[in-house]
Design a protein around this ligand. Structure first.
Ligand SMILES: NC(=O)c1ccc[n+]([C@@H]2O[C@H](COP(=O)([O-])OP(=O)(O)OC[C@H]3O[C@@H](n4cnc5c(N)ncnc54)[C@H](O)[C@@H]3O)[C@@H](O)[C@H]2O)c1
Length: 364
């Protein structure tokens, strides 16, 4: 197969998926503007995959060359910019995994136009570029946020879509755009993957989530409290209708998620053109307190927390029905909550300042 393009491949999920694809022997191109991702992550991905160093070939472009079992090319660029996309597609791209986007719910309420621009205009420009370059295979990072505050447990893909914030609206808009494109002409192979709560890190401790500023999600926040970077964890709501009163979520290890992308790509390539829509989650729910206790037990640490009021827009329980992903692509999560806690802490404790360096970490 030809090269796979990962937009947003320097971010949390993209970098782990990049490693999984390289280990499979695929060649990967990454297009990222580094607004929330790090070139250092990809330098480490190349190292973990046993490739040569990423060397600068021209301004904003680095490559490992093709001496290894696979190769990695990194382009600094914006997914909204047709010129940047054309440069990425010039490498002969056979399929795209579209991770690039903004993902913080609260920020999307404060800056809705920025979210519509990056998430929706970015996807539109990408689809136009795919059309120009004759590439028709796309895996899109969608989200369980589309289901809104539903009471349904577990949630199947057929549940109504009722997002409740601008981030969710932009994901719903792109899902709709992809359905329209798939229906417009034969030949499109598109997967819309609805992630539940991706957490954890690569077991090496070399790769993990490095949120800029204060983490928006529970797990990276918890890791930073355990590391002493933040005084305590705020648990939003102790009066939900759940066994211990705290919210229940479906956590999946980021390496299981990375493998889900590999499977989705394989299915899209092996089967006739189609629009595939799948939940990626474990199918099990854990409360906030379950997660805190698992983290403390696995790592022998104490995590100070206090229960505060509920956050608007949160729901009591969100658990995937992942049966369709198993049926369609033989995928299910394999890693446990203890694996998530161990690997997440291995990353946090070995990299207290995250990836730290910017482009200076790349040779040249
Ligand atoms: N992490 C989650 O909990 C979660 C859950 C559901 C869905 N998703 C979706 O998965 C995708 C990846 O999420 P993540 O957690 O890896 O986020 P992330 O922020 O770590 O990665 C996103 C990457 O996209 C890049 N980017 C942002 N705007 C860009 C632009 N205009 N042009 C080029 N690159 C750009 C960032 O620099 C970053 O490297 C996102 O689309 C997100 O909405 C994430």
């Amino acid at each position: 197969m030809t090269k796979v393009l990962l937009t947003g491949g320097a971010g949390f999920i993209g970098s782990h998926t990049c490693l999984a694809l390289l280990e499979e022997g695929l060649s990967v191109g990454v297009l990222d503007d580094f607004s929330n991702g790090s070139p250092e992550a990809l330098r480490r991905v190349a190292e973990l995959a046993g490739l040569g160093a990423l060397r600068q070939e021209s301004p904003g472009r680095w490559s490992t060359g093709d001496s290894g079992p696979a190769d990695l090319t990194l382009l600094r660029g914006d997914v909204r910019c047709p010129g940047d996309l054309d440069r990425a597609f010039a490498d002969g791209i056979g399929a795209v995994l579209h991770f690039a986007g903004l993902k913080a719910v609260g920020e999307s309420v404060a800056q809705p136009l920025r979210y519509w621009d990056v998430n929706v205009t970015g996807s539109l420009r990408l689809l136009e570029a795919m059309g120009r370059h004759g590439c028709r295979t796309l895996v899109f990072s969608s989200s369980a946020t589309l289901y809104g505050s539903t009471d349904r447990v577990p949630i199947p893909e057929t549940a109504p879509l009722q997002p409740i914030n601008p981030y969710g609206y932009t994901k719903a808009a792109v899902e709709r755009m992809l359905a329209d494109v798939a229906a417009s002409s034969p030949g499109w192979r598109i997967a819309r993957l609805r992630y539940f709560n991706p957490v954890g890190a690569h077991p090496s401790g070399r790769l993990g989530e490095d949120p800029s500023g204060s983490p928006n999600n529970l797990f990276p926040y918890l890791c930073q409290v355990a590391a002493g970077r933040r005084p305590r964890l705020d648990v939003f709501g102790g009066d939900w209708p759940t066994p211990d009163g705290t919210g229940v979520r479906d956590y999946l290890h980021v390496m299981d998620l990375a493998e889900g992308h590999r499977r989705a790509l394989a299915v899209l390539e092996a089967e006739p053109p189609q629009l595939l829509t799948l939940n990626l989650g474990s199918g099990s729910g854990h409360s906030v307190l379950d997660l805190v206790r698992a983290f403390e037990t696995t790592n022998g640490l104490a995590v100070p927390f206090s229960v505060v009021g509920r956050r608007p827009g949160d729901s009591a329980v969100s658990i995937a029905d992942p049966q369709e992903a198993e049926r369609r692509m033989g995928w299910r999560t394999r890693r446990s909550l203890a694996d998530i806690c161990r690997d997440g802490w291995a990353w946090q404790s070995a990299n207290p300042g995250g990836f730290g360096e910017g482009e200076s970490s790349l040779d040249g």
